[in-house]
Ligand binder design. Structure first.
Ligand code: ACO
Length: 434
């Protein structure tokens, strides 16, 4: 336990006429916790918390969220300030190292990212092996795991190797992402360039071709950079918890990062941005204003949800959505940009925010509601949206992986369960079975 956690008077728990003293703790922002780490040994009881909504799985100094107040901070800095004044590479440095870099540190970090962007040439053959139309998230998860075979790591990482692996992953995930897109459209791969910075390099790999230069639009570069900053970390969400869980077995870090990508893919997590656009396209195609979709999302007999609405943690507003909404307005108000889906999105938001169903359940637009519109305005194809989320989240995953390994002890993640299956029964020969 770090000395940042302060002790409070113990909680008393009475079970089966016996009273147990459970230590209670308070974090630096006043979050209180009951330490139940010895509960099972002492009492034989476990706790039941499906989805872990009431469970702090670790101590962490990386990101602070107050879902009720709509607060998100990386290493103490409000997300709004970082989105306005910082750039993604600087934020990645901050998440990984705990402090903002000075000019030299930023230059070194940025140069190292640039010079680590190329992937082993033999990996290019792998891209040919995926069937046409493969989802880029499937390709990304596979290719990131396969980095472990091209860049084998020793069982114990010294700090220089660890630093380089972190840099490789942040930089190469972007190259792999762009290559998977190029393959999917049957165009030749565009190599990364040492001359271009992080976001420019990515957009160039995505959209340039041997026969055509790509004109970088400053507003788009800025919007993508901001998107990456806003997605860079979000404490113990589903994909980060996957990273910590697989990392706790001391698995290879490339495989660990791949597990984060796989968890992110789902429509209830990072896949939602793609589903928001698909939902808006559907509404556009049907010619409605969204009322029908809203009614479906409210219907208990339907599995449909209003994509881009609701959040496990944010119950009043998602601060990332507020920042992106402004950026979205700016980008879509630019001369020449005319996206009917944006009008549908505005209308849908208006309808949902007035609707009792959404109000009573505290369902507000989340970051994905706007991010899809921004990515669409930047020309990013819909099936690449979650891939961009993965590029943004990579520094966060790695900061958590590193924090976990640097802790006092790495405890393998191994929750308990409440068994509800058959009680003991005995094997029957096949001819005696009913
Ligand atoms: N549309 C309609 N109803 C919803 C929605 C939604 N988007 N989200 C939640 N609800 C309803 C549920 O049906 C439930 O209703 P009930 O109490 O009558 O049964 C209630 O609100 C609570 O829902 P839970 O699923 O318990 O809320 P939880 O906090 O577990 O889920 C989640 C959060 C998964 C994000 C959910 O709101 C959702 O599925 N949203 C749509 C998908 C989405 O946008 N995901 C992106 C999340 S942000 C991110 O990953 C970056």
């Amino acid at each position: 336990m770090t000395d940042k956690l302060k002790k409070l008077p113990p909680a008393m728990l009475t079970l089966d006429n016996k009273t147990y003293e459970l230590p209670t703790l308070i974090g630096v922002e006043g979050e209180k916790a009951i330490d139940i780490s010895k509960l099972r040994n002492q009492s034989g009881y476990v706790t039941l918390d499906e989805g872990y909504g009431n469970t702090a799985s670790c101590e962490s100094a990386i990101t602070y969220i107050d879902g009720e107040k709509g607060i998100l901070r990386y290493r103490g800095y409000p997300i709004e300030e970082l989105a306005e004044h910082s750039r993604f590479v600087e934020v990645a440095y901050l998440l990984l190292n705990g402090e903002l870099p000075n000019s030299q540190q930023l230059l070194d970090f940025s140069t190292n990212l640039n010079e680590s962007s190329i992937i082993h040439e033999d990996m290019h053959h792998f891209f040919n092996g995926f069937p046409r139309g493969s989802h880029p998230m499937g390709i990304l998860a596979t290719m990131v795991a396969s980095l472990s075979t091209f860049y084998p790591l020793p069982d114990r990482l010294d700090s220089a190797t660890e630093q380089q692996v972190v840099i490789n992953l942040i930089s190469q995930v972007r190259t792999i992402a762009a290559f998977s897109y190029k393959k999917s459209i049957g165009e030749p791969l565009v190599y990364p360039s040492y001359k271009l910075k992080f976001v420019r390099n990515f957009l160039n790999m995505m959209f340039a071709s041997p026969v055509r230069d790509y004109e970088l639009d400053e507003d788009i570069v800025r919007a993508i950079d901001m998107f990456l900053i806003l997605h860079a970390d979000h404490e113990q969400n589903c994909s980060t918890s996957s990273v910590r869980t697989s990392g706790s077995s001391m698995a290879n870090v490339y495989a660990v990062a791949s597990s984060g990508i796989s968890a992110l893919w789902g429509p209830r997590h990072g896949g939602a941005n793609q589903h928001v656009i698909q939902m808006l396209e559907q509404i556009h195609a049907d010619g409605g204003d969204g009322t029908e979709f809203i009614n479906q999302a409210k219907d208990k007999n339907s599995t449909s949800r209003l994509m881009g609405f609701g959040h496990r943690v944010y119950k009043n507003f998602d601060p990332r959505a507020m920042v992106l909404k402004k950026q979205c307005d700016k980008l879509l108000n630019k001369a020449g940009v005319n996206d009917p889906l944006f009008d549908i999105a505005r209308r849908l938001e208006e309808l949902a925010l007035k609707d009792d169903y959404f109000i009573s359940r505290k369902l507000y637009p989340n970051v994905d509601f706007y991010s899809g519109l921004i990515l669409r305005a930047a020309g990013i194809p819909t099936n690449m949206f979650t891939v961009l989320f993965a590029i943004g989240r990579m520094p966060g995953w790695l900061a958590h992986w590193r924090e976990m390994l640097k802790g006092d002890q790495v405890i393998i993640t191994r929750p308990r369960q409440l068994y509800v299956g058959e009680p003991l029964r005995h094997f029957q020969d096949i001819d005696q079975r009913p």
